[in-house]
Every structure is written in C-alpha cells, then in structure tokens.
Design a protein around this ligand. Structure first.
Ligand code: NOJ
Length: 755
C-alpha cells in the first residue's frame, strides 16, 4: 500500500534501480568468470599482489633492482595494484605497461592514502568528526575523491574507522574518536563521499575501511601494539563502524597490524571469514596492511614466508600489500594442496569485480585526464570546501567573560607561539600530495582582520626539518624568543597563544607517553599569564591533551586541531566572531595521562561513588579526580542554548517506538548551531551496559531568541546491544534517557520497556 502517488512512483523507481543494479552485477560476475577462466595460476596470484610505487612515502625507497623487478612483474601480469604512484602522467605510464604489455591486459588499481585531502588538505579526520556534521563530512570526502581522482588515483585507504579511547595512540587523529554510534555515522558519510553514487563516475574512488580490527585498542597506547579485548567491547564498540562501512557499500577492507586476542588480524579467519565475509556478506576484497603478511613471522604466528602466506590467504586476506609473500609462495602452496584453488579464485574474483565496477576495463585511463588534473587540483572549489569543513571542525572549549570574539577594532592584540606562523604543521600528518608550507597560517589569517597585530614567536617548537618518516625533534632547551614574548604581552589588551602539537606529532608511529604541551610551551604559557591574564589559547593538536592548568587559568580556549590548508582563515573567522563555532569533542580530554583510557561510555563498577568523606574503598585515584578535563560531546558557542521540557512518549509495546521530545532555545542575540545529543542507559542488563551511550544527535541552527521542538525516535536499533556471543538483544526493563549539549548532561527521564 502506498500513501500517495509520489510514494508509489518512488517505490517503483527504487525497484527499477535495484533491478538495474542486479543486472549490472550479474553482467560483471559473468565478465569476471570468463576472464578468470583465461588466467594462469601465476596471473591470478599476480592480481593478489600489491606493490609500493617508486617514491618514499609510507615506506623505504626501493633500490634500483627492486624497481626493475617491479616493472618486469607488471609486464608479466604479476601485479594487481600499485600504491603511492600519483599524477596523471606517471599513472598513465604504469597503466600502459599493464594494459599493453601484459598477456591479458588487466588494468591496475592505484591506491593512495587520501586520508584528509589530496593536495588541498582538509582538517584531520578527528577534527572533522568534531563537526558532527555528516553532510559536511561526506562533502569533504567527496572533494578529496574528486581531487585525487583528477590526479589518477582510484582507491583511497580511508576511512580509518577504528574507535579508540587512548589519546596516547598517535592515530586517533585519523579516526572519528571514541564513540561507536558517531563513528558509524561518520564511517557511512565518508564511504559515501569517496565512492559517490556510482563507482563508474570519474570523480568516484573506492574507499577502504581500516584497520580490521581492534587497531585502536593497542596496549598502553603504543603504535602497532596488540589488543586484548573482551567480546562485549568487540561487538558493541569496535565492529559497528566497520559494519556501517560495509552497509554503506565500501568496496575494500584493510586488515590491521595487531594481534587480536593472540591471533594477528591479517591471519584472523574469525574476523575476515566468519564475521566480514560470511555474517556481513562483504563482497569486495581485503588488502593486508603494509607488509603485515610478512609480520606474521615476528608476531610469532608463522615460522616462515610460506606458512605466513598460507595462514593469511586462508584466513581471507585477498591482497598482499608489499610483503611480496603471496607472489613468492602461493603457487607452490596451491600445487602442494596447502591452499585450495577455490580460495585463490575467490580472492581474484573479488579484486577483478571491483576493477570492473570502477570501469577500468572499459577505460583503463579513466582517471588520466591531463586537463582535468590541471582544472581540479588546487581549485577554488576544493579550497572553499576545505575552509567550510575547517570552520565546522573548531570547538570552543571555554569562553569566560566574553573574552571571545575578539573586537575587530580598538583592541591591541599580541599573537604568540611558533605554531601561529607555521604553514606546514596545519597540513597534519597524512598530507598526501600537499605542497610543503602551503597552509594559511593563523598569523596570516589574523592579519586579514588586524593590520596592527603584533606577533612574537616565542621559543621554537621543533628543531630542524620535519619529515613524514622521521621523528620530530622537540625543542626543550632553547629559550630564545621567550623574553621578547613575555615583554610584548605586558603591553596589550589580549594575547592569543597558539600552542599544542606539530602536525607530525600524531599519526602513524606517533604514540606519546605524555599528553602535555610539548617542549617549552607550558612554561611560555605560564610566564605570559604572569604578566597578562587575558589570554586566548588556540590549541593545535592531533589528539586530546591533558592541560588542567590551562583549563583552570586561561579564560578562553579554542580547539583548532590541525585544520588543513585553510587553517588560518578558519581560526581567524572564529576568533573575530565572523563564524560562530559549533564543534563538539569526539573524544574525552583527560585531566592527566594516568586516567587514560578514559571515555564517557564506560561501565559502572560495584563501587562507583564515594560513600563518605575520606573513605578509601571505592573506585577512584588518590591523586586525581575521576572526571575528565572536558567530556565527550562538549563544545560551546557564541550563542547560549538551553534545554527544557524533556518528555518521553513510550509506545514501544504498540509500535516499537519510544519518542523523546524536548525544547531547545537559543537564549542569545546570535544565530548559532547546536549539536543536540541523546544518550541512553539500559539500567540493568544481562551483560552490563555503559553508564551512557550516544543513540542520537541532531545539528540544529537557531535564530536569536527562538525555540524549537526537537524530536527523536528510539527503536530496536537504538535500544538493543550485542551480547557476548555477538547476538543482538533487546533488554526489557528500566532505561534512562539523557539529552543535552554534551555527554555530561544530567537532564534525564526514565522509561520502561515491556513487550
Ligand atoms: C600503513 C598504514 O597502517 C595504513 O593505514 C596505510 O594505508 C598503509 N600503510 C599504506 O600507506
């Protein structure tokens, strides 16, 4: 039954579209099968081999002999994909060898880490997540895909959908933070942005959900370390964003470097076969992480290359990234009946299918248009998208005494900090093809508003030149510039201090054991504060920082992450009030490193509260509070929002829906946006549920002094959870629903779920 003609028409259109998609699929399946029947075993295994290109981007530069051999292998059809080759000219040249010189002319797929932009950098993914703006995040991925596709790339190793609760881990910059609900929505947005509606579109590239799985839970926050994880966390926290990416149609998965409960993810058939390929029916292909098939040996899981290859391929890793193991070992393993031909066929089928879907067989040079490359890369369209995303990613953490916005006239402003004039750090870690020092610095951004702006750099943050694959050297000794900055601060109305981490202090291989302001920055902050308390602290960082002194003493604090190419323009617009910030933290900020992992959706203990003063036997620290510095979901605005009239209409027993309604009021004279957050607590459960879980949010713009009624609906998808066997379960009984502007809200109502 249809409620109206237009619904009927839509429905019919959907059916037709579905039918067409199925037809296309079966045509592709037939083409794949007929190609497969022509291939030798060596050529099939060749499709499962991915080589690094010929530049030093994510690994060591191959030597000359290596390059020669790679070329030869492409000619023989022993390579299915290449990563880290970019630019239309280069890609066309390599593709030409594959298509014209190999026996079957199967085109290569070109992969690249387009994580937050290609040449034009958008904010780091953690910053984008702070926008809670799914439309903007999707658009940001779309523009990144467009720019990368114009450079010949057709596969990005993004999105990273690893949930993490550990700010020590450098890769939190690459994810969407600590929450599986927000993380799943963002995973969907990013996949849809990269892949678009149609993969054969010239601006679409295939996405890769990574790192499957539990890479975000490395012990002690140390990169590449292993994860030991209970099933409750695995099913309810780690896996949901991957499942969301799969439902959004992501065409590839990348596995992770870590062991999960003693089994390396690369050879983990529980993850790759039982869950991904069977339970979730994923029909794309799985690529290993860089050399992770070879790493099965140092993990202590495989004795040699042959066993490593056998374990990885049997477990479901379809493509070997830069280990060279599959190419060297699989033929013999098949001939010795150690690996079934059907396993190889399945892997190759998956890879070929994606190549067909991308349209590479119709036109292997589909992404190789010189004119487009010239027109799109670095265009104003992409730059203005990056600015829009950067503005939406800023989080106003504190603003006392209306310190912000700065006045556009009549205020003497001093800008301090090495990061303030840095044009490189805002590009972040995964800077793909960004041009060095190409970001708009905060100094440049602010100068557009204040031609009398005074800048005093203070001590350097970094010693020497930074490089993607090298440790950054932090200045801890050289105080040159400190005195001048303090002196200059005495004589101004307000001091804007830009402090935090360099863009290359987070990302792969960049774990930290401290979460403070690195180098001499805390000293600089405190010394400037002694002479002028009217400070605006602008943070640049790729992870949550533990900065309790700053929170206590500094009147205004702005979280500006690494915002990409347009960083300075975005920060200046926020500081001078031309843009009203609306970002909210996607990760808890700890008070001290000892609290890590700290996350809002933890479970209660048997002793959660202090029963009486000075009593010791409850779950706490002697020397630190249990509270975070800033809670997940926290973020202010220049407007003032209030939440009232919360009510629950519980129709679960009749139609399976619990309605939640509230009034949101903008009690200020400024138009602004607020992320209204809804959290749920399932009070008593057969597997204990967290004290609060995000189950809905809406980004709402409100005119000054107006109100709006906000409505949410909770159904089984929000109300249930995975039990320890991975089965979805809806618990009857008592629930508490919370709404507010952060996870620390205590505005709540209770309801009961009865069938
Ligand atoms: C290793 C990283 O873990 C992965 O995320 C990345 O995509 C590959 N290197 C390729 O650069």
């Amino acid at each position: 039954m249809f409620c109206c003609i237009s619904c009927k028409n839509n429905n019919e259109r959907n059916l037709v579209n579905q039918q067409m998609a199925n037809d296309k699929k079966s045509v592709i399946d037939q083409k794949v099968d007929s190609l497969l029947s022509l291939m030798t075993l060596e050529e099939k295994i060749g499709q499962m081999n991915q080589y690094n290109g010929f530049m030093d981007f994510t690994g060591p530069v191959p030597n000359e002999e290596d390059i020669e051999r790679k070329f030869e292998h492409i000619k023989k059809g022993y390579v299915g994909s290449i990563l880290n080759v970019r630019g239309v000219e280069e890609i066309r040249a390599v593709q030409k060898i594959a298509v014209e010189q190999s026996r079957l002319g199967i085109p290569l797929i070109f992969g690249f880490d387009v994580i937050h932009g290609y040449q034009t950098m958008s904010p780091i993914p953690l910053a984008e997540a702070a926008s809670w703006d799914l439309k903007a995040i999707k658009e940001s991925a779309r523009l990144a895909a467009k720019e990368a596709a114009a450079a010949g790339i057709n596969w990005t190793f993004a999105p990273m959908v690893d949930i993490s609760r550990d700010a020590r881990w450098g890769r939190v910059m690459e994810g969407a933070g600590e929450d599986p609900y927000l993380g799943s929505k963002i995973a969907t947005a990013r996949v849809k942005g990269f892949q678009g509606d149609d993969l054969s579109d010239k601006e679409s590239i295939i996405a890769c959900a990574k790192h499957f799985a539990a890479y975000g839970f490395p012990e002690s926050g140390r990169e590449y370390n292993n994860a030991d994880l209970g099933t409750s966390t695995l099913y309810n926290v780690v896996l949901p964003p991957f499942q969301a990416a799969n439902s959004a149609g992501v065409r590839t998965f990348m596995n992770s470097f870590n062991q999960l409960n003693g089994i390396p993810a690369t050879a983990n058939s529980f993850l790759l076969r039982d869950i991904l390929k069977e339970k979730w029916s994923f029909d794309g292909f799985v690529v290993s992480d860089w050399g992770s098939v070879a790493e099965l040996i140092p993990h202590g899981y495989a004795r040699d290359a042959s066993i490593a290859s056998k374990l990885a391929v049997n477990a479901g890793t379809d493509m070997d990234m830069e280990s060279y193991f599959y190419l060297n070992e699989l033929v013999k393993l098949v001939n010795d009946d150690q690996v079934n031909t059907s396993t190889i066929n399945d892997a190759v089928r998956r890879i070929l299918k994606v190549k067909f879907e991308l349209g590479l067989f119709d036109n292997p040079y589909k992404y190789c248009d010189k004119n487009l490359e010239k027109k799109i890369i670095g265009s104003t369209e992409i730059a203005s998208g990056a600015l829009d995303m950067a503005l939406k990613s800023v989080v106003l953490l504190k603003n006392e005494n209306q310190t912000l916005p700065l006045k556009k006239k009549g205020q003497k402003v001093l800008l301090v900090g090495a990061l303030a004039s840095d044009k490189d750090s805002p590009l972040g870690n995964w800077r793909a093809a960004a041009i060095e020092n190409s970001a708009v610095s905060i100094l440049e951004g602010m100068q557009q508003y204040d031609e009398n702006l005074i800048y005093s750099k203070g001590p350097e943050l970094i010693l020497g030149k930074t490089e993607f694959a090298k440790e950054v050297q932090i200045n801890t000794q050289d105080r040159f510039g400190m005195k001048e900055a303090i002196q200059a601060a005495k004589d101004v109305d307000v001091v804007v201090m830009v402090l935090g981490e360099h863009g290359l202090q987070s990302g792969e291989g960049r774990s930290r054991s401290r979460l403070d302001l690195p180098g001499l920055q805390q000293e600089l902050l405190e010394k400037v504060f002694k002479v002028n308390r009217n400070i605006v602290l602008v943070l640049n960082n790729g992870r949550p920082l533990a900065i309790p002194w700053a929170k206590k003493n500094i009147p205004a604090i702005v979280e500006a992450w690494q915002l990409g190419s347009q960083s300075g323009n975005a920060v200046a617009q926020v500081l001078y009030g031309d843009y009203n910030p609306s970002g909210k933290l996607p990760m808890t900020f700890p008070r001290s490193i000892g609290q890590v992992p700290i996350y809002y959706n933890h479970k209660s203990t048997g002793r959660p509260n202090l029963p009486s003063a000075d009593f010791v036997f409850w779950s706490h620290y002697q020397d630190e509070s249990n509270e975070p510095l800033w809670a997940f979901g926290h973020g202010l605005s220049y407007s003032k929002f209030e939440y009232t009239d919360l009510k629950v209409v519980n129709n679960y027993s009749t139609n399976g829906i619990v309605k939640v309604e509230l009034t949101l009021t903008n009690n200020s004279n400024r138009k602004g946006k607020e992320v209204v957050q809804l959290y749920l607590k399932d009070k008593f459960s057969k597997v204990v549920r967290p004290v609060k879980e995000l189950k809905g949010f809406q980004l709402i713009e409100l005119a000054p002094n107006t109100s709006i009624q906000v409505k949410f609906e909770l159904a089984d998808r929000e109300l249930g959870f995975y039990d320890n066997e991975g089965k979805w379960f809806i618990e009857q009984g008592d629930f508490e629903v919370y709404v507010g502007g952060s996870s620390s809200t205590d505005l709540s109502r209770s309801f009961k779920l009865l069938n």
